[in-house]
Structures are given as C-alpha cells and as structure tokens.
Design a binder for this molecule. Sequence first.
Ligand SMILES: C[S@@+](CC[C@H](N)C(=O)[O-])C[C@H]1O[C@@H](n2cnc3c(N)ncnc32)[C@H](O)[C@@H]1O
Ligand code: SF4
Length: 437
Amino acid sequence: MNILRAKTTDLFQSKLSEKQKQNSALNIKEMEANLTKLESYPRRIVLEMTSACNIKCIFCGRDEAEFNQTYLKLDVLDKLDSVLDYCEEVTLFGWGEPTINPKFKQFLQKLNKKNVRKYFVTNGTRLDKFIDDIFDYKVDIIAVSLDGADAKTNDRIRVGAKFEKIIENIKAIIAKKESLNLSYPYMNFVFVAMESNIRELPKMIKLAKELKMQEVKVVFLSAFSTEMLKESLYNKQDLVKSVFDEVALLADKLNIKLKLPYIQGEDIAGDKYHKPCFVGWRDFFIGSDDSIRPCQSTSLKLGNLSDFDSFELAWNSKEMQDFRKNVNAENGGGEYANSVQTLLPKLTRKLEQKVKLYSNWQCICTRLGEKEKRLIFGILRILRILEILKIPTQNLLKTIFSFISFFIFPLNRRLKPYLQTYLQTHPSPSVEVRYAN
Ligand SMILES: C[S@@+](CC[C@H](N)C(=O)[O-])C[C@H]1O[C@@H](n2cnc3c(N)ncnc32)[C@H](O)[C@@H]1O
Ligand code: SF4
C-alpha cells in the first residue's frame, strides 16, 4: 500500500496560472541546487494570524518559546502584493488559533482577490462564525485539529473545546458545500497521536467518512513538558505499527486519504540529525508580531517584515540567505551549531552525546528565551572573532565561556531538560515532526 507522508515538500495540487507554474518550477530547481539567493518567489506564504488561543490543549507548545500574544495586522498583505501573483498558496497557520484574529474575515476577503489557494488550520471551535465567508471567499482547504473520536478523549486533550460543537460546525460547512455542489473546501482532520488516543485512530477514519471529510493526517506528539512524557509514543513501535497497519487498510477501504508519519527507525532522515529542511526555500513564514521566522516551530527571528522596503528584500535578506546556507549543513546547523558543539564536549561526555542530536540550531533556539539567545550568540560571536584573529588564548576562553554559560547562567536549566525530554519523546532524531502542516 502506498502510504502518504505528512510534511513533505509537496503542496496541495490545484489549477495554477502560467506565472505560478513557472515560479514553482524555478523554486524547486533552486531548492534542489541549494541556492541561497533565489530568483523565484516562495511557493507558499504562511501567515501566523495570532499567537493567542481560545482553548488550552494539554500538549500545545505555544507557551514554550516565550511568544508574546500578538495578532497579525491586515496591512501585511500590502507588502505581499507582488508575491501573491506568483506563489501558489497562502496558509493561515502558526501557533495560536487563526479564527480569533479580529481581521480573519478581511484576510480571506483580500486574499480572494488574488489567484492563490487559501488554506487554514483551526481547532474548529469558531467555524460557525465564518461559514458564509468560507464560501464567499473560496477557502480551498480547511484542516480541523481533533485529537479524539469522541467528546471524552478530545475534550480531555483539547481543554476548552467542545467536540459536539466542532462536529456540528463541520457538518454545517459540508452541508453548504453539498447544497452549492462545490468541490471546496477540501477538509481534513489533523490528529496528534499519543499513548492515550492512538487506539482511537480507526474511529477517526470512520468519523471522517461519516462527515464526508476527505483526509485524516496523523502527526506524532512532540512532548514539550515532562508531564507529557508519559503520552509519548517513543519506543512504542509495536503499538504504533499495529494501529497504523489497521488504519491504512481501513482508510483504503473507506476511501479516506491517510497521511502517516514515519515509524521510529524508518525515518528517511536515517542516521542524520534531521532530514533536509526545505522551508527556507519553499515557504515564507511571517509571525503574528511581523517577525520573519523559518517556520512556526521556532522563535528564531530573521528580521521583521516591516524592516524591509519590499518583499523581495526580505526574501533574500542576509538572514534568510544565512539560514539557507546553514540549515542543512553537514553538522546539522552551521556555524552556530558547530560552535555549540565545540563548547560542550569538554564539560560532560554524556551531555555531549545528547547535544549532538540537538545541534540543529533551530531546535536549540526554539527553547531559549531572548536573553539566553542573545547571551549564547554573543559568546559565539566573540569566539568567532577570536578564531578569526587566531588569538592563542581561545581554547582557554572557550572553556571559561562554556563553563559560564552552562553552570552560572540560566541557560543550563532551560536547555538541559529540553535535551532530555526531546531525546526521550521524539520518535526519531528528525525535526520533521516539528514542521506541522
Ligand atoms: C499549533 S496549532 C494552531 C492551529 C490551531 N489552533 C489548531 O489547533 O489547529 C497547529 C497544529 O499543531 C498541532 N500541535 C500543537 N502542539 C503540538 C505538539 N506538542 N505536538 C504535535 N502537534 C502539535 C495542533 O494539534 C495543530 O494540529
Ligand atoms: S487549539 Fe491549537 S493553538 Fe490552541 S492550544 Fe490547541 S494546539 Fe495550541
């Protein structure tokens, strides 16, 4: 059976204009050539509508990276005007619930003036407020996150959500879609698989069928806190495999599209730190605070959109080019990661083993607060200068700096539990699970 995978370079297929087709083809070529300065525009713009939410799921990583609660401003679209003629899709997605942005409807309305696919990911609780807008502004894809096939499981995990209400909302959209005889919106469930809900996956497939939804997409839980460790599916391959085998057959039988993550040990990243990252080429992510980030999973900022006079300058900024240059570097994170690795080994052998896995600097950055990031990057820059100047005291200084950063500053407290929990919870040393949707 051909199993579809979540988080690949592929995007949803729809009819594209000549301009879009040519741009996408060039973008893929430039990505494959690993270019850092791109002639093509991104294939997809991702807009984080807000970092705030109306519910509180037990696993959500929203609070982990010290995001301030902000709402994306509508005028961000003015700066994107030129790129919206070339890119295929605008996805309203990030940490937070997009439908609570007070300008959510206006975003859809403005985007509908362009020939782009419109896609949003939602907890489904407020869909009833936008039913007409979904059709008036031709929303192509709606992903509804649901983590249980009944109220008991879903509402325990998605605290504040009401299963019955979400199902009612989905039914209303599908009823209108049928009455208008339309093929959009394409609707799918996103299911975060964990110990306490994975056995409900077959019921999720049946629910999707019953509701006439097209797809169920499964992602593994990333445990952001020690409390969530017990929910991790790490090292539970037998359970995962038996459920995945069952749902693959069921989905096939019921004609529901199913997207599954790789089972631990089968990951295409193999023994690399992470599989190649493509978001810096294919996507352009704008956080709800106007920041440019590589993707939703990290709080690493590559500048602010408003700092640039045009989209083109932001797309090929020094920061974006550096990111493209470093993200897939052999050691998994370029010069920063390299330096982190140089700093650590002398401290403890055991920790080094773990840090090696985290040498992906995005992961490290995700978990650090602004102050800590400034501190470590400051130290790393000083070390770079010392290296360039070939100052002989550098080894001594490195040891002193690493000692300071790990034992005196709060960095140690923040980083260490992360390293431990990440190792124990991630089904594989791959960041792919972090690139949700
Ligand atoms: C952060 S939410 C934002 C959109 C919306 N609020 C929602 O829940 O669909 C985007 C997706 O990330 C998933 N997600 C959040 N925290 C996660 C975690 N710790 N592990 C895996 N997926 C997670 C959610 O279930 C959802 O499908
Ligand atoms: S609904 Fe989405 S953003 Fe809100 S807490 Fe749940 S996963 Fe996080």
